[in-house]
Design a protein. Structure first.
Length: 267
C-alpha cells in the first residue's frame, strides 16, 4: 500500500510546495496529492493555490511518484474542461495521475467559503449528488470524444465519501472511493462500512472488479499521530480491505518529510 502525502499548501510559496514534492519522491514515499481549496479554509484565513497548476509542476519535477487530486470540488470545476485538464495532466505525468472529486459541502460550512466567495453557494446534498453523477458521465463522454484529448491511460476516478449515500455513488458511478479511515463529521462511518456499501452498489450495477479504495485521515489530523506509525494496527485493517493508498496531510516543509522517513512505512 502506497503512503501518499496531501501537502498543505495554504499560505505556502508554490515553488516550496514543488520542492517538498521532490523530497517525497527522494524519500521513497509513494505519491503526493493536492486539495481543491482555493483559499485557506482551515487555518484562520489567507491564500491557497490552484491544484492543477501544482500537479503539472510536480509532474515535471518528478519521475516515479503518483499524483492525484484530493479532491476536486465539482462546483468549482466544469466537467468538460476538467476532462481535458485531466488528459493533459496524465500526459505530463506519464500515466501516474489519478483523479479524485467530490460533491462539495453544505452551505454555511467553512469548507464552502471559497465557493461562496465565487458567488456559487452550495446546493442541497441531494442536488449535489445528482450533479456528481452527471459530472462523471460527462467526463467519460469527453474522454471518448474523438475531437478532445484522450488520456492514456484513463485515470482512475475516486469519489470522496463521508457517508453511506456518497459511498453508494462512489461504488456505482466511479472507479473507487476515497474516505476517512475512522470517519469524519457528526455522522461518521468507519471505512469498512463505507467500502461495503460502495461494493454493494458496484455489484448492483453489474460493474466489473472490486471497488478501488483510497483511505485518508481526517482533514485536521496530523501525519505523525501514533495511529499511522509504521507497524500500527491500522495497516493490517487497510491491507485486509485492499486499500491501494493511505493519504496523510503534511505541511509544505522538507523537514516534515525528513521526519516522516523514520516514522512511516516508505514502501
Amino acid at each position: 500500500m502506497e503512503i501518499n502525502f496531501s501537502i498543505r499548501v495554504e499560505n505556502a510559496d508554490a515553488r516550496t510546495v514543488v520542492d517538498v514534492a521532490k523530497a517525497v519522491e527522494d524519500s521513497g514515499f509513494g505519491g503526493v496529492s493536492f486539495a481543491d481549496e482555493l483559499m485557506d479554509l482551515e487555518r484562520g484565513g489567507g491564500h491557497s493555490h490552484d491544484p492543477w497548476t501544482l500537479l503539472a509542476a510536480v509532474a515535471q519535477a518528478t519521475e516515479r511518484i503518483t499524483l492525484g487530486s484530493m479532491v476536486l470540488n465539482i462546483a468549482n470545476r466544469d466537467p468538460g474542461t476538467t476532462a481535458v485538464a485531466a488528459a493533459t495532466m496524465q500526459q505530463l505525468a506519464t500515466g501516474r495521475f489519478w483523479l479524485g472529486f467530490g460533491a462539495g459541502t453544505n452551505n454555511g460550512e467553512y469548507f464552502s467559503r471559497d465557493q461562496t466567495e465565487f458567488g456559487r453557494p452550495p446546493e442541497p446534498a441531494n442536488s449535489r449528488r445528482a450533479a456528481s453523477r452527471a459530472y462523471l458521465a460527462e467526463l467519460r463522454r469527453i474522454w471518448a470524444h474523438e475531437n478532445f484529448l484522450r488520456p492514456d491511460p484513463v485515470p482512475p476516478v475516486f469519489f470522496g465519501a463521508f457517508g453511506p449515500l456518497s459511498a453508494r455513488l462512489a461504488g456505482g458511478h466511479a472507479d473507487g472511493i476515497a474516505c476517512p479511515v475512522d470517519g469524519f463529521g457528526e455522522h461518521a462511518r468507519r471505512i469498512e462500512d463505507l467500502v461495503a456499501i460502495a461494493g454493494q452498489a458496484r455489484a448492483e450495477r453489474g460493474l466489473d472488479g472490486p471497488v478501488r479504495i483510497i483511505a485518508h485521515t481526517g482533514p485536521h489530523d496530523d501525519w505523525d499521530d501514533p495511529r499511522w506509525r509504521a507497524g500500527a494496527a491500522v495497516y493490517d485493517r487497510l491491507a485486509e480491505l485492499g486499500a491501494e493508498r493511505l493519504v496523510l496531510f503534511i505541511p509544505a516543509e522538507r523537514e516534515a518529510v525528513r521526519k516522516a522517513c523514520g516514522y512511516l512505512p516508505t514502501g
